[in-house]
Design a protein around this ligand. Structure first.
Ligand code: NAI
Length: 243
């Protein structure tokens, strides 16, 4: 079977690590990016140098038209999309709920929830089983991220509900849908929240006593996508060092 995967937000962090791992496992990979074309092309070059197949495609996942183009481009260049990783996500400056503007709240939901919804919808339209989706949620879905980003936590909670519902809608078609909930992972996202050293600060409170790496999260995503997880759907893997 020709395995073709789109990884959203794959120019850096968990998405980039996932794209590289999947390419090594024989997937043809579309590296979606929003703005950072150069970083996306660096990931694609690394995959090609390792003998894999990759393309890059710009799209803001919260735009239905751009998502449609993303899937058309991928299908034209790599073939029918068999797998999807909804990884793109944002969090904004650490704040209490009462300090979060309605514009910001909507922006976070628009990317994290509507983006995953639009990509799942575009995927389903053209998919024929077997295939799979993995949604990259967060431990925040369960913790609620008080004093930091309740908006982000709410978006990940919504993503988990969508994972469950969509898994049940698609099960009979041979399409599986699962989620991973990373905890504290060393990526540049924490700088976007205003605290680049957040993972180091919180490490002593993590049972495994350290933050995770993007490569460790990629392993969970890859397993859920794979045939080794053929009897797993509507499920979640907590990848948070015991938190
Ligand atoms: P990151 O910020 O490095 O990666 C997110 C990627 O999504 C970026 O490349 C960004 O440009 C892209 N993106 C943002 N908005 C987009 C849009 N509208 N369209 C297309 N792409 C867009 O952060 P990281 O840590 O690699 O995050 C990946 C996923 O993992 C996110 O969904 C995040 O919420 C989740 N996560 C991360 C954790 C961590 O500790 N780093 C913990 C729990 C979950």
């Amino acid at each position: 079977m020709n395995k073709v995967v789109i990884v959203t937000g794959a120019a850096r962090g968990i998405g980039a690590a996932t794209a590289k791992l999947l390419a090594g496992q024989g997937y043809a990979v579309c590296i979606n990016y929003r703005k950072n074309r150069e970083a996306a092309e660096t990931v694609a070059r690394a995959i090609e140098q390792a003998g894999g197949r990759a393309i890059t495609a710009q799209a803001d996942v919260s735009s239905e038209a751009e998502v449609a183009t993303l899937f058309e481009t991928t299908q034209a260049q790599l073939g029918r999309v068999t797998h999807l990783v909804n990884n793109a996500g944002i969090l904004l400056t650490q704040s209490r709920l009462e300090e979060i503007s309605v514009e910001r709240f909507r922006q976070v939901l628009d990317v994290n929830v509507t983006g995953a919804f639009l990509c799942a919808k575009a995927f389903i339209r053209q998919a024929q089983g077997p295939g799979a989706i993995v949604n990259v949620s967060s431990g925040a879905a369960k913790s609620g991220s008080p004093f930091e980003y309740v908006d982000y936590a709410a978006s990940k909670g919504a993503m988990d509900s969508m994972t469950r519902g969509l898994a049940l809608e698609l099960a009979a078609r041979g399409l599986r849908v699962n989620g991973v909930r990373p905890g504290f992972i060393h990526t540049e996202m924490h700088a976007d929240g205003g605290e680049p050293g957040r993972v180091e600060r919180l490490a002593p409170q993590i049972p495994l006593q350290r933050g995770g790496t993007p490569e460790e999260i990629a392993q969970g995503i890859a397993w859920l996508l794979s045939e080794q997880a053929s009897y797993v759907t509507g499920a979640f893997i907590d990848m948070a060092g015991g938190k």
